[in-house]
Design a protein around this ligand. Structure first.
Ligand SMILES: Cc1cc2nc3c(=O)[nH]c(=O)nc-3n(C[C@H](O)[C@H](O)[C@H](O)COP(=O)(O)OP(=O)(O)OC[C@H]3O[C@@H](n4cnc5c(N)ncnc54)[C@H](O)[C@@H]3O)c2cc1C
Length: 308
């Protein structure tokens, strides 16, 4: 009798690329929370053409998800099946042309704000306090201090699930408070943002002010995922969480931040399950106390499972 043939490993079914595949890549090291299981495959494309080639040639049944620097992301303990795309060096260029700033989707928001400021482009200072990438900012419509990326977006460039180049304005992307209606399989590769001519010193002074405010009000040195829940219409999520008595609430190694109670913290040994269960606990308590259902802002990906 013939022995059954072992199914090929996923990596053997993927197209040849110029970038790098890593099997079983530890995602905990790639996220702010520092928790979660591995990616079945992590793919770091060399550049946009490499990513387009990968998307066009990959087998249809292989799920693909892009991540930035994991500052609004909870990776579950069972890890992420399929391919996790992480944009690296080929996607971090930032250029100023007049009052437009063009940035790769892997560029950090903070670096975009600095380069814009150095080039005398005002209006992008709000990005300086957001610790994610431009790709993450486009997917989340990130914002702060009364401005969102949609307010400064000229065009976002992306690759669709089959690697075709697409480009869209904020209106075409249906951007609204912490959401975009862009298809789930789009991977953003770059954005053109519009600012206004400004004074370099004043721009950098505003960014320094933002940094001081953040330090005073947010647990920015903790292992956190930023705002856990969206603000419901007419309410602030942190106030509802406070009213429901959840400040400092803990489960395993997860805790509701004492400094800003819409932030969950990994105090050391938290699992993704501790963090997600604590979040659900907070939602249940807020619903019971205030009659309002909080909606997760943090994106959760992967399969539940045992922490490593
Ligand atoms: C201390 C702290 C403070 C924060 N303050 C703010 C704030 O003031 N305002 C605010 O809006 N957010 C804030 N955040 C949340 C977070 O920084 C933003 O949501 C940010 O835009 C996420 O970017 P990222 O690169 O980390 O994306 P990730 O967290 O890695 O991913 C977030 C989502 O974006 C998707 N994504 C990432 N890159 C791409 C891409 N290239 N193409 C398609 N989809 C992609 C992912 O699949 C996921 O769904 C804060 C977070 C922290 C930890």
């Amino acid at each position: 009798m013939m022995a059954a043939l072992a199914a090929p490993r996923l990596i053997e079914r993927l197209p040849r690329v110029r970038g790098r595949y890593s099997e079983g890549a530890a995602l905990a090291r790639s996220t702010w929370f520092g928790v979660g299981g591995p990616a079945e495959i992590m793919f770091r494309p060399a550049d946009e053409d490499d990513l387009a080639h990968f998307l066009a040639q990959r087998p249809d049944d292989v799920p693909v998800v892009a991540i930035g620097v994991g500052s609004n992301l909870l990776v579950r303990d069972g890890g992420v099946p399929g391919v996790v795309v992480r944009l690296g060096q080929g996607f971090v260029d930032i250029e100023v042309a007049g009052t437009d700033v063009r940035a790769g989707a892997g560029a950090l928001d903070g670096n975009v704000a600095i380069v814009a400021g150095d080039g005398g482009v005002a209006g992008l200072e709000f990005l300086s306090g957001i610790p994610g990438t431009i790709g993450g900012a486009l997917r989340m419509n990130a914002g702060a201090y009364g401005r969102e990326i949609k307010d400064v977006l000229v065009r976002a460039d992306a690759l669709d699930g089959r690697g075709r180049r697409v480009s869209a304005s904020a209106a075409e992307l249906g951007m609204a408070y912490r959401r975009t209606a862009a298809p789930e399989d789009w991977i953003f590769v770059a954005a053109t943002l519009k600012g206004a001519a400004g004074d370099r010193q004043a721009i950098h002074a505003r960014m320094a002010e933002i940094a001081r405010e953040r330090e005073a009000t947010q647990p920015i040195r903790a292992r956190t995922g930023g705002s856990t829940f969206k603000n419901p219409p007419g309410h602030k999520a942190w106030e509802l969480i406070e009213q429901a008595g959840c400040r400092g609430l803990a489960r395993g190694g997860a805790m509701v931040s004492e400094k800003h109670c819409n932030f969950l913290i990994n105090t050391g040994g938290a699992t993704a399950n501790d963090l997600e269960s604590l979040g659900e606990d907070v939602r249940a308590r807020v619903r019971a106390a205030c009659g309002i259902a909080l909606e997760w802002e943090i994106k959760r990906i992967g399969a539940p499972g045992m922490a490593a």
